[in-house]
Design a protein around this ligand. Structure first.
Ligand code: PMP
Length: 460
């Protein structure tokens, strides 16, 4: 073994050691080991460098999380100062500390007024685990202990732990390790693939009404909450039709089912609003947060509760039988504060809404509207998807769309851009600090990757 700190090791050496010991996320380990993982060693703004010195423009903010890009000295300093002052203490046994108190104040200064409390976690998956227990506890306090069932959506993503993956609707994840009881699913509002002859508006209503059917089938007195991402991220960056969210909200209110928004990727400015539910104009009862809370620099998540839920838990709930060693970690809280303050001071949310977001969206439409491989361009702010199609008129999807999109992603790496593939969609979500020339580079390199994909299958 050689010293890794000074970056002296060869890429092959790193790859062999990685293959020997490390199980990676969401792939066939043997196939990865044969190919060797890319070794990323450094970052600055939207740029990443691998161990060979090749630069990539990161069009995905890491995993939808580096809102401020890489290399921020202010976040590093906030962490270093907190490490020196109080690197750890917990929230058990009647204690707290200034970073967590000040982070909460800051968070609720951003959030709409009907939210009042937060339970801190260390990731999105954990947040959604905590959500299930918290929502059930709320209904117990309300004298409705039978309200236990959570309804999610097929192809939704809420994390990788047992309960979070059960809430999600990725069947291939359910097959690994099972699911938990008292979880049900309805169809996703993926008009391009599933809308048939319906208009997007009609399809949006039809999907939303599946929630009503499911609540009636299970019994409203047994349904605790409905969880969904305001726009689906890992499922393909799918924006629902405009008719969808108002109808979902109406149904949740009618049957007193809590509306739980998973804002893990939509939060912290991605759509040009602080939170994605504000972009879509609905009012959830809970918000699941992570990722952009700290720009991904250190792990941190949180479950935000409405005043209604928090009042019940605080005033009448008695013992809240939950606690995590690292929740509200002082270093994570200090980084989250520095991160949110930077997003505020640099006016990044209005910039995404009024400038960089519309610029990216219009560039993509200019370049790809007439592209033979692209049937739909969706997105708002700094998040977008290109849907691959075999036939633009019938919206036919390629039988091998997964492979095709993965190939495009690989070609993207060759061209020096990181974009993500999910089913037949290419996704991008660059850092909120992106300027116009970085967005132009993102679109130019993405175009090269998409063109090369189209040429390989003979449609360009
Ligand atoms: N919810 C959503 C919407 C996500 O996109 C993710 C992660 N991509 C999670 C939850 C899980 O977050 P984590 O990976 O931090 O556990």
């Amino acid at each position: 073994m050689q010293n890794s700190i000074n970056g002296q090791r060869s890429t092959q050496d790193y790859q062999q050691a990685d293959a020997a010991h490390h199980i990676h996320a969401f792939l066939d380990q043997k196939a990865l080991n044969a190919e060797g993982a890319r070794v990323i060693v450094r970052g600055d703004r939207l740029n990443l460098w691998d161990n060979e010195g090749k630069r990539y423009l990161d069009g995905m903010s890491g995993l939808w999380c580096t809102q401020l890009g890489y290399g921020r000295a202010d976040l590093a300093q906030a962490a270093a100062a907190q490490f020196a002052k109080l690197p750890y203490y917990n929230m058990f046994f009647h204690t707290t500390h200034p970073p967590v108190i000040e982070l909460s104040e800051l968070l609720f200064s951003l959030l709409p007024a009907h939210y009042s409390h937060v339970i801190y976690t260390n990731s999105g998956s954990e947040t959604n685990e905590v959500l299930i227990r918290t929502v059930r506890k709320f209904w117990q306090v309300e004298g409705k202990p039978d309200k236990k069932i959570m309804i999610g959506r097929w192809n939704g993503y809420h994390g990788s732990t047992l309960a979070a993956s059960a809430l999600g609707g990725m069947k291939f994840m359910h097959e690994m390790g099972g699911v938990i009881p008292d979880v049900a699913h309805i169809e996703e509002p993926y008009w391009y693939a599933k809308g048939g002859d319906l208009s997007p508006a009609e399809f949006g209503l039809q999907c939303a009404r599946q929630l009503e059917d499911k609540i009636l089938e299970l019994g409203a007195d047994r349904v605790a909450g409905f969880i969904a991402e305001p726009f689906q991220g890992a499922g393909g960056m799918i924006f629902p039709p405009e008719s969808y969210w108002p109808e979902i909200q109406r149904i949740c209110r009618k049957y007193d089912v809590l509306l739980c928004a998973d804002e893990v990727i939509g939060g912290f400015g991605r759509t040009g609003e602080w939170f994605a539910h504000q972009h879509f104009g609905f009012e959830p009862d809970t918000l699941s947060l992570a990722k952009g809370l700290t720009s991904g620099y250190v792990p941190m998540g949180g479950l935000v509760l409405s005043k209604r839920i928090a009042n019940a838990l605080v005033e009448r709930g008695g013992l809240f039988a939950h606690g995590l060693t690292y929740s509200g970690h002082p270093v994570a809280a200090a980084v989250a504060i520095a991160n949110i303050q930077a997003i505020q001071n640099e006016a990044l949310v209005p910039q995404v809404k009024n400038d960089s977001g519309p610029y990216l969206q219009s560039l993509l439409r200019e370049v790809f509207s007439q592209h033979p491989l692209v049937g739909e361009i969706q997105g708002a702010g700094l998040v977008a998807a290109l849907q691959f199609t075999e036939d633009k008129t019938t919206r036919k999807r390629f039988a091998n769309e997964n492979e095709l999109a993965w190939r495009c992603r690989t070609l993207g790496f060759e061209e020096g851009v990181i974009i993500r593939s999910t089913l037949g969609r290419m996704i991008m979500a660059p850092a909120l600090i992106a300027n116009r020339s970085e967005l132009e580079e993102l679109v130019e390199k993405t175009q090269k990757a998409v063109d090369r994909t189209a040429r390989e299958i003979g449609v360009l």
